[in-house]
Design a protein around this ligand. Sequence first.
Ligand code: FAD
Length: 282
Amino acid sequence: MVKVFIPGTLAEALEIRGLHKTLIINGGTDVMVKYRRWNGMAPNFPMDVLHIGSLAELKQIAIVEGKLTIGAAVTLSELLEHPLVPEYIKLPIRQMASPAIRNMGTLAGNLCNASASGDSLPMLYALDAEVTLASVRGIRKLPVRQFITGAKQTQLQPDELATEVTLPLADYTLSYYRKIGGRQVNAIAKASFFAVAIKKNGSVEDVRIAFGSVAPTVIRCRACEESLIGTAEAGLAAKIETVRMRYGELLTPLDDTRSTADYRRQVSLRLLEDFIGRRLAK
Ligand SMILES: Cc1cc2nc3c(=O)[nH]c(=O)nc-3n(C[C@H](O)[C@H](O)[C@H](O)COP(=O)(O)OP(=O)(O)OC[C@H]3O[C@@H](n4cnc5c(N)ncnc54)[C@H](O)[C@@H]3O)c2cc1C
Protein backbone atom coordinates (compact mmCIF):
# COMPACT_ATOMS: atom_id res chain seq x y z
CA MET A 1 0.00 0.00 0.00
CA VAL A 2 1.55 3.33 -1.03
CA LYS A 3 1.46 6.39 1.23
CA VAL A 4 0.18 9.72 -0.06
CA PHE A 5 1.91 12.79 1.36
CA ILE A 6 0.09 16.13 1.14
CA PRO A 7 2.48 18.69 2.66
CA GLY A 8 1.28 22.12 3.80
CA THR A 9 4.51 23.98 3.00
CA LEU A 10 7.41 23.74 0.57
CA ALA A 11 9.82 23.09 3.47
CA GLU A 12 7.69 20.13 4.54
CA ALA A 13 7.58 18.84 0.95
CA LEU A 14 11.38 19.01 0.66
CA GLU A 15 11.80 17.22 3.98
CA ILE A 16 9.48 14.40 2.84
CA ARG A 17 11.30 14.24 -0.49
CA GLY A 18 14.61 13.90 1.37
CA LEU A 19 13.37 11.12 3.66
CA HIS A 20 11.18 8.98 1.35
CA LYS A 21 11.41 7.71 -2.19
CA THR A 22 8.44 9.52 -3.75
CA LEU A 23 6.64 10.10 -7.03
CA ILE A 24 5.68 13.76 -7.39
CA ILE A 25 2.12 14.52 -8.44
CA ASN A 26 1.51 18.09 -9.51
CA GLY A 27 -1.61 18.42 -11.68
CA GLY A 28 -1.51 14.66 -12.19
CA THR A 29 -2.56 14.79 -15.85
CA ASP A 30 0.44 12.76 -17.02
CA VAL A 31 0.94 10.70 -13.85
CA MET A 32 -2.68 9.55 -13.56
CA VAL A 33 -2.70 8.38 -17.18
CA LYS A 34 0.64 6.61 -16.82
CA TYR A 35 -0.38 4.61 -13.72
CA ARG A 36 -4.09 4.15 -14.41
CA ARG A 37 -5.76 0.77 -14.04
CA TRP A 38 -9.19 -0.55 -14.87
CA ASN A 39 -12.21 1.55 -14.03
CA GLY A 40 -12.84 1.69 -10.28
CA MET A 41 -9.34 0.56 -9.31
CA ALA A 42 -6.81 2.84 -7.62
CA PRO A 43 -3.82 3.85 -9.79
CA ASN A 44 -0.85 1.51 -9.74
CA PHE A 45 1.70 3.92 -8.25
CA PRO A 46 5.15 2.31 -8.00
CA MET A 47 6.10 4.21 -4.83
CA ASP A 48 4.78 6.67 -2.24
CA VAL A 49 3.22 9.79 -3.71
CA LEU A 50 3.99 13.43 -2.88
CA HIS A 51 1.28 15.88 -3.89
CA ILE A 52 2.65 19.39 -4.49
CA GLY A 53 -0.14 20.89 -6.60
CA SER A 54 -1.69 22.90 -3.74
CA LEU A 55 1.45 24.45 -2.24
CA ALA A 56 0.87 28.23 -2.05
CA GLU A 57 4.63 28.94 -2.39
CA LEU A 58 4.57 27.28 -5.83
CA LYS A 59 1.56 29.24 -7.07
CA GLN A 60 3.31 32.57 -7.73
CA ILE A 61 3.90 34.38 -11.03
CA ALA A 62 6.24 37.41 -10.93
CA ILE A 63 8.66 39.47 -12.99
CA VAL A 64 12.05 39.97 -11.35
CA GLU A 65 14.87 41.82 -13.15
CA GLY A 66 13.37 41.32 -16.60
CA LYS A 67 12.66 37.62 -16.05
CA LEU A 68 9.28 35.96 -15.63
CA THR A 69 9.11 33.32 -12.92
CA ILE A 70 6.27 30.82 -12.98
CA GLY A 71 5.76 28.74 -9.84
CA ALA A 72 5.73 24.99 -10.36
CA ALA A 73 2.12 24.55 -9.23
CA VAL A 74 0.67 27.33 -11.43
CA THR A 75 -1.84 25.61 -13.69
CA LEU A 76 -1.83 26.13 -17.44
CA SER A 77 -5.20 27.93 -17.16
CA GLU A 78 -3.84 30.28 -14.48
CA LEU A 79 -0.84 31.00 -16.69
CA LEU A 80 -3.10 31.77 -19.67
CA GLU A 81 -5.19 34.18 -17.60
CA HIS A 82 -2.27 36.00 -15.98
CA PRO A 83 -1.64 39.60 -17.17
CA LEU A 84 2.14 39.42 -16.58
CA VAL A 85 2.59 36.50 -18.99
CA PRO A 86 3.28 37.75 -22.53
CA GLU A 87 1.32 36.40 -25.47
CA TYR A 88 4.34 34.66 -27.04
CA ILE A 89 4.60 32.43 -23.95
CA LYS A 90 0.85 31.76 -23.94
CA LEU A 91 0.85 30.83 -27.64
CA PRO A 92 1.80 27.12 -27.33
CA ILE A 93 -0.05 26.73 -24.01
CA ARG A 94 -3.35 27.69 -25.69
CA GLN A 95 -2.98 24.67 -27.96
CA MET A 96 -2.37 22.20 -25.16
CA ALA A 97 -4.98 19.62 -24.25
CA SER A 98 -8.45 20.97 -23.35
CA PRO A 99 -9.76 23.44 -20.74
CA ALA A 100 -10.35 20.66 -18.18
CA ILE A 101 -6.78 19.34 -18.49
CA ARG A 102 -5.35 22.87 -18.50
CA ASN A 103 -7.21 23.53 -15.23
CA MET A 104 -5.11 20.80 -13.60
CA GLY A 105 -1.90 20.49 -15.66
CA THR A 106 1.14 22.69 -15.08
CA LEU A 107 4.08 24.05 -17.07
CA ALA A 108 6.48 22.43 -14.59
CA GLY A 109 4.71 19.09 -15.08
CA ASN A 110 5.04 19.37 -18.86
CA LEU A 111 8.74 20.19 -18.43
CA CYS A 112 9.51 17.46 -15.87
CA ASN A 113 7.61 14.89 -17.93
CA ALA A 114 10.13 15.75 -20.70
CA SER A 115 8.13 14.12 -23.48
CA ALA A 116 9.54 14.76 -26.95
CA SER A 117 6.06 16.00 -27.89
CA GLY A 118 5.50 18.29 -24.87
CA ASP A 119 3.95 21.45 -26.29
CA SER A 120 5.70 23.91 -24.00
CA LEU A 121 9.20 22.57 -24.61
CA PRO A 122 10.06 24.26 -27.96
CA MET A 123 9.03 27.59 -26.38
CA LEU A 124 11.11 26.92 -23.24
CA TYR A 125 14.19 26.03 -25.32
CA ALA A 126 13.76 28.97 -27.70
CA LEU A 127 13.47 31.47 -24.85
CA ASP A 128 16.44 30.02 -22.90
CA ALA A 129 14.26 29.13 -19.91
CA GLU A 130 15.76 27.89 -16.65
CA VAL A 131 14.33 25.55 -14.04
CA THR A 132 14.95 25.94 -10.31
CA LEU A 133 15.45 22.67 -8.45
CA ALA A 134 15.20 22.60 -4.66
CA SER A 135 16.05 20.00 -2.02
CA VAL A 136 17.03 20.10 1.65
CA ARG A 137 20.61 20.30 0.33
CA GLY A 138 19.92 23.66 -1.35
CA ILE A 139 18.83 25.20 -4.63
CA ARG A 140 20.28 24.94 -8.12
CA LYS A 141 19.22 26.45 -11.43
CA LEU A 142 19.67 24.69 -14.75
CA PRO A 143 18.95 25.79 -18.31
CA VAL A 144 16.05 23.69 -19.60
CA ARG A 145 18.25 22.41 -22.44
CA GLN A 146 20.61 20.90 -19.82
CA PHE A 147 17.87 19.75 -17.46
CA ILE A 148 16.33 17.54 -20.16
CA THR A 149 18.81 14.84 -21.15
CA GLY A 150 16.64 12.72 -23.46
CA ALA A 151 13.07 11.63 -24.14
CA LYS A 152 11.42 11.44 -20.69
CA GLN A 153 14.86 11.89 -19.08
CA THR A 154 15.90 14.75 -16.81
CA GLN A 155 18.59 15.62 -14.31
CA LEU A 156 16.05 15.73 -11.44
CA GLN A 157 17.52 13.99 -8.38
CA PRO A 158 15.36 11.76 -6.13
CA ASP A 159 15.34 14.33 -3.31
CA GLU A 160 14.66 17.36 -5.55
CA LEU A 161 11.58 19.05 -6.89
CA ALA A 162 11.23 21.81 -9.45
CA THR A 163 10.00 24.97 -7.73
CA GLU A 164 9.81 27.41 -10.65
CA VAL A 165 10.49 28.02 -14.31
CA THR A 166 12.21 31.30 -15.26
CA LEU A 167 11.99 32.91 -18.69
CA PRO A 168 13.99 35.97 -19.81
CA LEU A 169 11.58 38.48 -21.37
CA ALA A 170 12.18 40.46 -24.58
CA ASP A 171 10.17 42.71 -26.88
CA TYR A 172 9.64 40.17 -29.64
CA THR A 173 7.85 41.70 -32.60
CA LEU A 174 6.89 38.32 -34.05
CA SER A 175 5.83 35.00 -32.54
CA TYR A 176 4.78 31.80 -34.27
CA TYR A 177 3.65 28.38 -33.04
CA ARG A 178 2.25 25.58 -35.14
CA LYS A 179 1.28 22.19 -33.80
CA ILE A 180 0.42 19.35 -36.13
CA GLY A 181 -1.92 16.92 -34.40
CA GLY A 182 -4.65 14.47 -35.31
CA ARG A 183 -7.35 16.97 -34.26
CA GLN A 184 -7.72 20.49 -32.87
CA VAL A 185 -7.85 19.74 -29.12
CA ASN A 186 -6.58 16.98 -26.83
CA ALA A 187 -4.08 15.97 -29.49
CA ILE A 188 -0.46 15.11 -28.83
CA ALA A 189 1.79 16.79 -31.40
CA LYS A 190 3.07 14.82 -34.38
CA ALA A 191 5.32 17.79 -35.01
CA SER A 192 5.55 21.28 -33.57
CA PHE A 193 7.41 24.46 -34.39
CA PHE A 194 7.94 27.57 -32.24
CA ALA A 195 9.72 30.76 -33.24
CA VAL A 196 10.06 34.35 -32.05
CA ALA A 197 11.90 37.24 -33.63
CA ILE A 198 12.73 40.89 -33.19
CA LYS A 199 12.65 42.87 -36.41
CA LYS A 200 13.82 46.47 -36.62
CA ASN A 201 13.83 48.70 -39.68
CA GLY A 202 13.03 45.75 -41.96
CA SER A 203 15.92 43.63 -40.72
CA VAL A 204 16.17 40.64 -38.34
CA GLU A 205 17.71 41.69 -35.02
CA ASP A 206 17.11 38.37 -33.22
CA VAL A 207 15.39 35.11 -34.08
CA ARG A 208 14.90 31.89 -32.12
CA ILE A 209 13.59 28.70 -33.71
CA ALA A 210 12.77 25.37 -32.04
CA PHE A 211 11.33 22.10 -33.37
CA GLY A 212 9.36 19.62 -31.22
CA SER A 213 8.48 15.92 -31.77
CA VAL A 214 11.23 15.37 -34.34
CA ALA A 215 14.02 14.11 -32.05
CA PRO A 216 14.32 12.78 -28.48
CA THR A 217 14.54 16.40 -27.30
CA VAL A 218 13.83 19.79 -28.84
CA ILE A 219 16.04 20.81 -31.78
CA ARG A 220 17.46 24.30 -31.68
CA CYS A 221 20.48 25.53 -33.69
CA ARG A 222 21.94 28.89 -32.68
CA ALA A 223 24.30 28.90 -35.71
CA CYS A 224 21.26 28.57 -38.03
CA GLU A 225 19.52 31.41 -36.20
CA GLU A 226 22.64 33.57 -36.39
CA SER A 227 22.80 33.05 -40.15
CA LEU A 228 19.43 34.86 -40.35
CA ILE A 229 20.28 37.65 -37.90
CA GLY A 230 21.21 40.92 -39.59
CA THR A 231 19.43 39.90 -42.81
CA ALA A 232 17.05 42.37 -44.44
CA GLU A 233 13.54 41.12 -45.33
CA ALA A 234 14.42 41.08 -49.03
CA GLY A 235 17.43 38.82 -48.40
CA LEU A 236 15.67 36.12 -46.37
CA ALA A 237 14.22 34.13 -49.29
CA ALA A 238 17.74 33.45 -50.57
CA LYS A 239 18.71 31.92 -47.23
CA ILE A 240 15.79 29.52 -46.81
CA GLU A 241 17.33 26.60 -48.70
CA THR A 242 20.63 26.63 -46.78
CA VAL A 243 18.89 26.88 -43.42
CA ARG A 244 16.37 24.22 -44.44
CA MET A 245 19.18 21.81 -45.37
CA ARG A 246 20.99 22.39 -42.08
CA TYR A 247 17.87 21.74 -40.00
CA GLY A 248 17.11 18.74 -42.21
CA GLU A 249 20.38 17.19 -40.99
CA LEU A 250 19.51 17.85 -37.35
CA LEU A 251 15.98 16.40 -37.29
CA THR A 252 15.85 12.70 -36.37
CA PRO A 253 12.11 11.91 -36.26
CA LEU A 254 10.70 8.46 -35.53
CA ASP A 255 7.95 6.33 -37.03
CA ASP A 256 5.33 5.61 -34.36
CA THR A 257 1.59 5.12 -33.93
CA ARG A 258 0.92 8.85 -34.31
CA SER A 259 2.88 9.52 -37.51
CA THR A 260 5.75 8.58 -39.78
CA ALA A 261 9.28 9.93 -39.63
CA ASP A 262 9.01 11.11 -43.22
CA TYR A 263 5.79 13.07 -42.60
CA ARG A 264 7.24 14.65 -39.47
CA ARG A 265 10.38 15.75 -41.29
CA GLN A 266 8.54 17.14 -44.33
CA VAL A 267 5.94 19.04 -42.36
CA SER A 268 8.51 20.47 -39.92
CA LEU A 269 10.66 21.82 -42.73
CA ARG A 270 7.56 23.26 -44.44
CA LEU A 271 6.74 25.09 -41.21
CA LEU A 272 10.28 26.49 -41.19
CA GLU A 273 9.81 27.73 -44.77
CA ASP A 274 6.43 29.19 -43.87
CA PHE A 275 7.88 31.02 -40.87
CA ILE A 276 10.87 32.49 -42.72
CA GLY A 277 9.20 33.09 -46.08
CA ARG A 278 5.76 34.29 -45.04
CA ARG A 279 6.25 35.77 -41.58
CA LEU A 280 9.86 36.82 -41.04
CA ALA A 281 10.27 38.17 -44.56
CA LYS A 282 7.09 40.29 -44.44
C1 FAD B 1 -6.39 14.24 -22.31
C2 FAD B 1 -4.98 14.78 -22.23
C3 FAD B 1 -4.54 15.65 -23.20
C4 FAD B 1 -3.24 16.15 -23.16
N1 FAD B 1 -2.85 17.01 -24.14
C5 FAD B 1 -1.59 17.50 -24.13
C6 FAD B 1 -1.16 18.39 -25.16
O1 FAD B 1 -1.91 18.77 -26.06
N2 FAD B 1 0.13 18.83 -25.12
C7 FAD B 1 1.00 18.44 -24.14
O2 FAD B 1 2.15 18.86 -24.15
N3 FAD B 1 0.60 17.61 -23.14
C8 FAD B 1 -0.66 17.14 -23.11
N4 FAD B 1 -1.07 16.29 -22.10
C9 FAD B 1 -0.11 15.91 -21.06
C10 FAD B 1 -0.20 16.74 -19.74
O3 FAD B 1 -1.47 17.32 -19.57
C11 FAD B 1 0.87 17.86 -19.70
O4 FAD B 1 2.15 17.31 -19.89
C12 FAD B 1 0.83 18.66 -18.38
O5 FAD B 1 1.52 19.87 -18.55
C13 FAD B 1 1.44 17.88 -17.21
O6 FAD B 1 1.37 18.69 -16.04
P1 FAD B 1 0.93 18.06 -14.65
O7 FAD B 1 1.08 19.12 -13.62
O8 FAD B 1 -0.42 17.43 -14.76
O9 FAD B 1 2.04 16.93 -14.47
P2 FAD B 1 1.99 15.62 -13.57
O10 FAD B 1 1.20 14.56 -14.24
O11 FAD B 1 1.63 15.94 -12.17
O12 FAD B 1 3.55 15.24 -13.60
C14 FAD B 1 4.20 14.93 -14.82
C15 FAD B 1 5.63 14.44 -14.50
O13 FAD B 1 6.42 15.50 -13.99
C16 FAD B 1 6.83 15.25 -12.63
N5 FAD B 1 6.67 16.52 -11.94
C17 FAD B 1 5.57 17.34 -11.99
N6 FAD B 1 5.82 18.47 -11.31
C18 FAD B 1 7.08 18.36 -10.82
C19 FAD B 1 7.89 19.22 -10.04
N7 FAD B 1 7.47 20.41 -9.63
N8 FAD B 1 9.14 18.81 -9.72
C20 FAD B 1 9.59 17.61 -10.16
N9 FAD B 1 8.87 16.75 -10.90
C21 FAD B 1 7.62 17.13 -11.22
C22 FAD B 1 5.92 14.13 -12.13
O14 FAD B 1 6.53 13.34 -11.14
C23 FAD B 1 5.69 13.35 -13.42
O15 FAD B 1 6.80 12.54 -13.69
C24 FAD B 1 -2.37 15.78 -22.11
C25 FAD B 1 -2.82 14.91 -21.11
C26 FAD B 1 -4.11 14.42 -21.16
C27 FAD B 1 -4.59 13.49 -20.07
